[in-house]
Write a protein that binds this ligand. Structure first.
Ligand code: PPE
Length: 304
């Protein structure tokens, strides 16, 4: 990855290489922590804009609430720190990672007084699933690992430790020659991909999975709004892997992955086997929105 200069850590800017923690950091052992991924884009008119900062900060606090972690800052302070870390690194376009974790102190699974620590880093990060994937679509495979059950790792929280499940799925399918893993829930229905939400298009209508065992994606929400504004029907409901196989189009959404078409799943061509027309329309408007070219979505931007 491309290093930046500074990292915001517990209220101070520190040098990238000095943003370190003790090896007995509680979250490192047990995984109770939360994070966010946010993107900032260079806009056409000059200057940069953070995409849906308020929603990301809100979800950061909601994740912490689910995990019973009290973030020792206000939402406004975290918003400001996010802007500050981009400015401190003089980045025009970047990905921002916010992290809240329990520091060292007690060991064991009753971390009563361990300090709650917050860090924010920003760095340049290109297309998550490749530039080619954005225009031509990626090849996905259904993972043999199920997505977390809603009553074990609650998926509305972007919990650090929960991502072992995504990492194992991703590794499994990449080593089999695919680009991304699609995960089924514990009932066997499609849930989401290892780091993205999933949408399918059939006969001009869009379906995305309901909010049971998935992260409530902010890109998902943006895409649902864009589709509604295009008067394309979107429903949130369960669907099965064979519905994906026979869909006209499938695409994934995420801050990192943006809007990425899926051209093949489990060696079955999806639709024409390339980015579909509805995916392309939505993807174009999404990029217009994040780059400040869509006045109707200006309220999504925090210009800096
Ligand atoms: N599901 C999962 C499991 C997930 O990790 C993400 C984001 C999403 C859905 C989409 O959420 P949103 O970004 O709000 O649209 N994944 C983040 C982390 C990726 C990583 O490899 O790290 C991201 O896209 O920032």
């Amino acid at each position: 990855m491309k290093k930046s200069e500074k990292i915001w850590m517990d209220g101070k800017l520190v040098a990238w290489d000095e943003a370190n923690v003790h090896v007995l950091t509680h979250t490192l052992h047990y995984g109770l922590g939360a994070f966010e991924g946010i993107r900032c884009y260079a806009t056409d008119g000059g200057g940069s804009a953070i995409f849906r900062l308020g929603e990301h900060t809100k979800r950061f606090f909601e994740s912490a609430k689910i995990l019973q972690i009290d973030i020792p800052y206000s939402e406004a302070e975290v918003d400001k720190a996010t802007v500050d870390i981009i400015k401190a690194n003089k980045l025009e376009e970047c990905y921002i990672r916010s992290l809240v974790f329990l520091g060292d102190g007690a060991m064991g699974i009753f971390p009563k007084d361990n300090p709650v620590r917050v860090a924010l880093a920003a760095w340049e990060w290109g297309a998550y699933l490749g530039e080619d994937g954005l225009s031509n679509g990626i090849r996905a495979k259904v993972s043999s690992f199920a997505r977390h059950h809603v009553n074990s790792a609650m998926t509305k929280s972007k919990t650090t430790g929960a991502y072992f499940n995504s990492i194992l799925s991703k590794r499994e399918v990449v080593s089999a020659g695919y680009d991304e893993a699609i995960m089924l829930d514990t009932d066997g229905y499609v849930s989401e991909a290892s780091g993205e939400n999933i949408f399918m298009v059939k006969n001009g209508r869009i379906k995305t999975t309901s909010l049971t065992s998935i992260l409530k994606g902010i890109t998902r929400d943006s895409v649902m709004r864009i589709a509604a504004d295009l008067e394309i029907e979107v429903t949130e409901q369960r669907f099965t892997r064979d519905e994906l196989y026979t869909a006209d189009e499938v695409f994934l959404t995420g801050t990192a992955a943006e809007v990425t078409p899926v051209r093949e799943i489990d060696d079955r061509k999806i639709g024409a086997g390339k980015r579909g027309p509805i995916t392309e329309r939505i993807q174009k408007i999404y990029f217009d929105a994040v780059k400040g070219r869509a006045p109707q979505y200006e309220s999504w931007l925090t210009r800096i």
